[in-house]
Design a protein around this ligand. Structure first.
Ligand code: HEC
Length: 210
């Protein structure tokens, strides 16, 4: 035991010494913001993707309403929104989501980084009659992230996201509550920020000049 102990201690010391180099990088330097080229490429492609995704969702929503009213469109949205969004994402080779501070689908709830972007949009709304401009940022070095505000700008939206009892008919509210027991996405008014589109671009897809 007497002889074993020092050699064991030495071994541990050596092992600790070994693991030290790879395991303790210097504190991460703050990430430099994306370059002007990256920002403009992400803004341009982001706007196009979001416009296409929005019109795909709206045309499906309108068809569902025509076929059986809002109470039919609600379960339709519930089934179709995620696969439609996912199809747009894979078509363009990006990650695409809708994020919101008041979620209907709990999967769309913002994280802290996204919430700070939504706060910036909210702060910009009163200053102009136009929607706030998109924001391009980076949370990790390999990816540029584009955000575009979603403003609740149509009367139609109120039927499912407005004030319950006033804009949302009782029978539709019942459907919402059945499909989304934790729904937070009511009580909005025209002109309110409903959330944002988020598009994540791997940097390689932007700098390749696509
Ligand atoms: C027929 C009812 C209905 C109408 C009309 C409607 N929505 Fe929704 N909305 C939903 C449902 C249901 C979901 C949840 C979809 C899901 O499960 O992914 C949703 C989700 C969303 C989300 C994603 C965030 C979240 O809370 O999950 C946004 C953003 C949104 N709607 C904006 C709008 C806007 C803007 C309009 C008007 C153009 C609109 N909606 C009209 C039913 C509706």
């Amino acid at each position: 035991m007497k002889t074993l102990f020092p050699s064991l201690a030495l071994l541990l010391l050596l092992l600790a010494g070994c693991s030290k180099t790879p395991e303790a990088p210097p504190p991460a330097a703050p990430l430099a913001p994306p370059s002007a080229e990256i920002r403009s490429a992400a803004a341009q492609r982001g706007k196009a993707i979001v416009t296409e995704a929005f019109s795909l969702l709206s045309s499906n929503l309108q068809t569902a309403i025509q076929h059986g009213g809002v109470s039919n469109a609600l379960p339709f949205c519930s089934l179709a929104a995620s696969p439609l969004t996912a199809s747009m994402a894979s078509k363009h080779g990006v990650a695409l989501r809708r994020v919101t501070q008041k979620a209907r689908n709990p999967a769309d709830k913002v994280n802290a980084d996204e919430l700070s972007i939504l706060r910036q949009f909210e702060a910009a709304i009163p200053a102009s009659t136009n929607p706030p401009p998109p924001i391009v940022t980076n949370f990790v070095a390999s990816t540029a992230t584009f955000f575009a505000p979603i403003i609740l700008s149509k009367e139609l939206c109120l039927q499912c996201h407005g004030v319950s009892g006033k804009d949302i008919a009782p029978e539709n509210l019942a459907v919402i509550q059945r499909l989304y027991p934790q729904d937070e996405a009511t009580g909005f008014k025209l002109g309110d920020l409903r959330g944002a589109w988020r598009v994540d671009f791997p940097l390689a897809t932007l700098s390749a000049g696509r």
